[in-house]
Design a protein around this ligand. Structure first.
Ligand code: 13P
Length: 249
């Protein structure tokens, strides 16, 4: 049995004060909830406030990106050393918004992922096809390519903590959720490719999250799929009641 992971990706929303307000309301709503692992990934500037607010709870705090060098002349980037010093445990790598707007490629995803694993984080590596790729029938090829390149030169042993998030780009922020069947089908393709790369035991333990317009009213149907091991939630994670409802689907 894979324990599901329900993760919030706040993207570029909330100030430190708003972060504290969120946790004040959210933590009592999920107190004692141990069925699923819960992680919140706020913007970098909100990380100290989030860590402080979540202290003593079972809610983990993650970052939304990480650089592939420990330090250096890389303006605007954040390193594993800095995140470790704060007490961060999870990190999102390769989100489609990074790929779409900030020049992230399969190769830079690979570099970031290697570093995150090396430093002991639980990386949530995002992959997913854009609408044109799905319409052209290229989804499976795209997912296989993204896996192959992202996991290039990483051993199964090193990758032990890896989590994958399948986020079809056409479903992100659009209100168009993939149906549970479409998501499960993509997850199966990913798990097959991971079996090829890291072996059967690894793939059987790997958690593959679904992301893209997950809301309180569709979470239960998605989570009922055996292939779906959790969710990466954007918009609906910004409100404590709505995120708690998803966690408790
Ligand atoms: P939405 O839930 O807002 O569609 O965002 C999904 C996402 O990109 C999570 O990383």
């Amino acid at each position: 049995m894979r324990k599901k992971l329900i993760a919030a990706n706040w993207k570029m929303y909330k100030t430190p004060d708003q972060t504290r307000d969120f946790f004040r309301e959210f933590l009592p709503l999920v107190a004692g909830h141990t069925r699923d692992e819960i992680v919140v990934c706020p913007p970098f500037l909100d990380l100290p406030a989030a860590l402080e607010a979540a202290k003593g709870s079972d809610v983990g705090i993650g970052a939304q990106n990480v650089h592939w060098k420990e330090e250096g002349a890389f303006t605007g980037e954040t390193s594993t050393l800095q995140l470790l010093a704060l007490g961060i445990t999870h990190v999102i790598v390769g989100h489609s918004e990074r790929r779409q707007y900030f020049g992230e490629t399969d190769d830079t995803v690979n570099l970031r992922l290697k570093m995150a694993l090396e430093a002991g984080f639980t990386p949530i590596c995002c992959i997913g096809e854009v609408l044109e790729e799905r319409e052209a029938g290229a989804t499976d090829d795209v997912l296989r390519r993204q896996c192959t390149r992202a996991f290039h030169a990483i051993s199964a042993k090193k990758a032990a903590k890896l989590v994958i998030a399948y986020e079809p780009v056409w479903a992100i922020g659009t209100g168009k959720t993939a149906t549970p069947a479409i998501a499960a089908e993509a997850h199966a393709v990913i798990r097959n490719e991971v079996t090829r790369i890291f072996g059967e035991d690894f793939a059987a333990k790997l958690r593959i999250l679904y992301g893209g317009s997950v809301k309180p009213d569709n979470a239960a149907a998605l989570m009922a799929e055996e292939e779906i091991d959790g969710a990466l939630v954007g918009g609906a994670s910004l409100d404590p009641k709505s995120f708690a409802a998803i966690v408790k689907y």
